[in-house]
Design a protein around this ligand. Structure first.
Ligand code: NAD
Length: 282
């Protein structure tokens, strides 16, 4: 690890140790080292396959207009992200789970649908864009495991789409482009973003909204600090409440707009374990 990165890793460990309420945010970049491609990174799916992007933007409309066709498409098309059943967490996922076990991270909000944070042991987890391994009723919002319903059998018996006990149509729990974020995840995430005094953001291009609004919301949270002047009088100054740390392979709009306090540029699977190591040493 080069010197500048090592200094920033140490700074992040110190910021996290000092925090009263630290949370983490993650995106597709944390899972690339598990062999799952991201969308917008240098080898991202969108950069190679424009048709895939176009199709992804149509999924939600397809569900609303033709839920049977939506399910037939899903069951006959392999996932763009590869075999998620087989995917394994990498040192980046384990490092975030370890920070939670150490009592440092209070919550993790992920955009990922791959289930790897849960497999790595993260417990207070908000899956902002849902999970590949779950189903969700479009009417009552209740969730179930993907294996609780035999979708293949429903297809064979011409009984698609699956229906909930409440009569609503069941879709994948994955939040498709243009689909609203489920209210439970949206509300909890906003509360966490406002409450935290350190936000560790890992592997996201921070261009997908409303998720990308969370660091911006944290940035708006100001607190008052008393500064003693030479005259002996005190000046009350508004200062940011939250320290925002980015771990990403490349700068993002959060870096460029000064939303994050600093960027540790590199691989999440190397930097996050480095932060854990430092935090244990402190
Ligand atoms: P993105 O593809 O837009 O951006 C990923 C970012 O991570 C890029 O800036 C890239 O440079 C960086 N990155 C790549 N590898 C990295 C590494 N090893 N270490 C550190 N940084 C790395 O991803 P996004 O911001 O999460 O937005 C994409 C949307 O697509 C999300 O909503 C997500 O739900 C979905 N998605 C999920 C998965 C998954 O579940 N694994 C994969 C692809 C896309």
């Amino acid at each position: 690890m080069e010197l500048k990165i090592r200094d920033l890793v140490k700074r992040a460990a110190e910021d996290l140790k000092k925090a009263n309420y630290a949370i983490a945010l993650s995106g597709a970049g944390i899972s690339t080292e598990s062999g799952i491609p991201d969308f917008r990174g240098p080898s991202g799916i969108w950069r190679k396959d424009l048709q895939a992007e176009k199709k992804a933007y149509q999924s939600y409309e397809k569900f609303l207009e033709d839920p049977k066709g939506y399910w037939e498409d899903r069951l006959s098309t392999p996932s763009l992200l590869g075999d998620l059943e087989e995917a394994k967490p990498n040192p980046g996922h384990y490092a975030l789970a370890e920070l939670e076990k150490m009592g440092i991270l209070k919550c993790l909000i992920t955009q990922n649908i791959d289930g790897l944070h849960e497999k790595a042991g993260s417990r207070n987890l908000i899956e902002y864009h849902g999970s590949y391994f779950k189903l969700r009723c479009s009417k009552c919002g209740s969730r179930s495991g993907i294996k609780e319903i035999d979708l293949e059998q429903l297809r064979e018996e011409e009984k698609l789409p699956p229906l909930c006990k409440c009569g609503g149509v069941i879709k994948s729990d994955i939040v498709h482009f243009k689909e609203p974020i489920p209210i439970d995840a949206a509300k909890r995430s906003q509360e966490e973003a406002w409450k935290c005094d350190v936000m560790l953001i890992c592997g996201t291009s921070a261009v997908v909204y409303p998720f990308a609004q969370l660091p911006r919301l944290a940035k708006k949270h100001m607190t008052e600090e008393e500064i003693k002047m030479e005259s002996g009088l005190y000046l009350v100054k508004q200062v940011p409440f939250t320290t925002i740390i980015e771990v990403n392979a490349e700068p993002t709009p959060l870096t460029e707009e000064g939303i994050s306090n600093y960027l540790i540029q590199g691989k999440a699977g190397e930097i996050l374990p480095g932060i854990v190591q430092e935090a244990k040493r402190l």
